[in-house]
Write a protein that binds this ligand. Structure first.
Ligand SMILES: Cc1ncc(COP(=O)(O)O)c(C=O)c1O
Length: 450
């Protein structure tokens, strides 16, 4: 399909800037324009998408999936897939490695030992040959840590949510999720064929409106820490409404396990509501720096999910190598409470400095900090500028977040030094000021000099 023809389709192609100049294709479209296509060919959208993709990559989309050259520590070398050059020693605020555990020497050693014993993969579904002794050890450790009767392991955090939600709910049931629920929860809703509704983010009156309209089986889906905004579910209020309408609750603590609560069990522990929540989900890919996920709950729940979570049943078991790394990361987490204290010190420092500098970080209260830019058209340009000035941050724009809510998603680690955080604030503030995204008054500059 020629470019001319693409532009004349319903997919648009006529947007102009303020001066009336036609914007490049890359800025006129996004992924949503290529979801539905006319015609009977299942490949109908491939060519128009390819045309846009080739245009859009150099215009900034190339910033996604840039290859790092080594472990995701606080300093990384990143290959620029547009120019081919390697940007050395970038300050890394893009990785989930909140406690710096993914690359600890003890973890590497455990992983190496496990590889000698087990080899690489589990080589089977966990219900057949893919169940290894190390999986049982890990599940038991996690059940004890979470204070729950049992735990079921999954190969990814994504597959936990899909498997649990679709494993439990059926056509005719009701699932109500917070509007900011992760895609894996949403995909579980779709797969379950249950009636699916969303309530306004953290708004319990809206949740109540949705629950009171339906009878039958009900499940409510929330996250501990919301992954794009870094704010926390108001668990006590949500639990209270759910109890009144006999709705079960699932909390996804992907970003809050090992961070929140006196013992690090998550936001449910933080509020003292662990027993009021029926299903507890966690991932190994964030604070523990591994891969995979788990669901914790009553023995009966776990027995049922073992039989009905298809994303686990029909998928290869967690790699034993990764499992060994996670077990070692758990040891370190438990032996070194100072890791969490250091993380929270870093979070407080960074949140304060960014706010003082006039950088908008929304309602974030933890290690997930959105740097709100709200400028969908220029976010990639800013992302490039940041990289050239020494900071690696992921741009996030529609459809991952609502239109005009573009942001950089910053992750803080316990491993970041004070100097690195200071350098990060200086660079981010300088670049945002250049784009008029945060104030440049002399007073502000003086008070934010770090
Ligand atoms: C809230 C939430 N749940 C689940 C997942 C999926 O976890 P994983 O990346 O381990 O598959 C993510 C991933 O970022 C997430 O943010």
């Amino acid at each position: 399909m020629s470019r001319k023809k693409t532009k004349s389709t319903k997919h648009g192609g006529t947007l102009t800037d303020k001066a009336g100049k036609q914007l490049p294709l890359a800025m006129q479209y996004d992924y949503t324009n290529f979801y539905f296509g006319s015609g009977d060919d299942a490949f109908a959208m491939l060519e128009p998408f390819d045309e846009w993709y080739k245009d859009s990559k150099p215009a900034g989309y190339y910033l996604y999936g840039l290859p790092m050259q080594a472990a995701p520590s606080t300093r990384v070398d990143v290959r620029n897939t547009k120019t081919g050059e390697v940007h050395s020693d970038l300050l890394n605020f893009a990785s989930y490695n909140y406690l710096g555990l993914s690359y600890r020497p003890e973890v590497k050693e455990a992983v190496t030992e496990a590889a000698q014993l087990y080899g690489n993969g589990a080589s089977g579904s966990p219900v057949l040959s893919g169940s290894l002794e190390i999986h049982h050890e890990l599940a038991d450790r996690l059940a004890a840590f979470k204070g729950k009767e049992a735990v079921l392991l999954f190969p990814t955090g994504y597959s936990v949510n899909v498997g649990v939600v679709a494993g439990l709910m059926r056509s005719g049931d009701l699932i109500v999720a917070d509007q900011y629920a992760h895609a894996s929860l949403v995909d579980g809703m779709i797969l379950s064929k249950a009636t699916s509704r969303f309530f306004r983010h953290n708004k319990v009156d809206d949740l109540e409106r949705k629950l009171k309209r339906y009878g039958g089986k009900k499940l409510v889906l929330i996250e501990g820490v919301y992954s794009m905004d870094g704010d926390v579910a108001i668990v006590p209020d949500i639990v209270e409404v759910c109890k009144r309408y006999d709705a079960r609750i699932l909390i996804d603590e992907a970003h809050s396990t090992f961070i929140y609560g006196e013992n690090g069990r998550g936001v449910a522990e933080h509020f003292g509501y662990e027993d009021e929540i029926d299903i507890h989900v966690g991932t190994f890919s964030k604070s523990l720096g591994g891969q995979g996920g788990f669901v914790a709950g009553s023995q009966k729940l776990i027995n049922y999910l073992r039989g009905f979570s298809r994303s686990r049943f029909f998928s290869c078991g967690l790699s034993p190598v990764v499992s060994a790394g996670i077990l070692k990361a758990l040891d370190l987490f438990e032996a070194e409470p100072e890791l969490r204290s250091k993380l929270w010190e870093n979070v407080d420092f960074m949140q304060n400095k960014l706010r003082e500098a006039g950088v908008s970080v929304g309602d974030s209260e933890c290690q997930v900090i959105p740097i709100m830019v709200q400028d969908d058209a220029r976010i990639f340009e800013m992302g490039e500028a940041l990289m050239y000035e020494g900071v690696y941050l992921n741009p996030v724009k529609y459809p991952a977040v609502p239109k005009h809510k573009s942001r950089f998603r910053m992750s803080i680690s316990a491993d970041h030094s004070r100097e690195e955080l200071e350098e990060g604030v200086r660079t981010i503030t300088r670049v945002l000021q250049r784009y008029d995204i945060c104030p440049t008054t002399r007073d502000t500059i003086t008070s934010t000099t770090v």
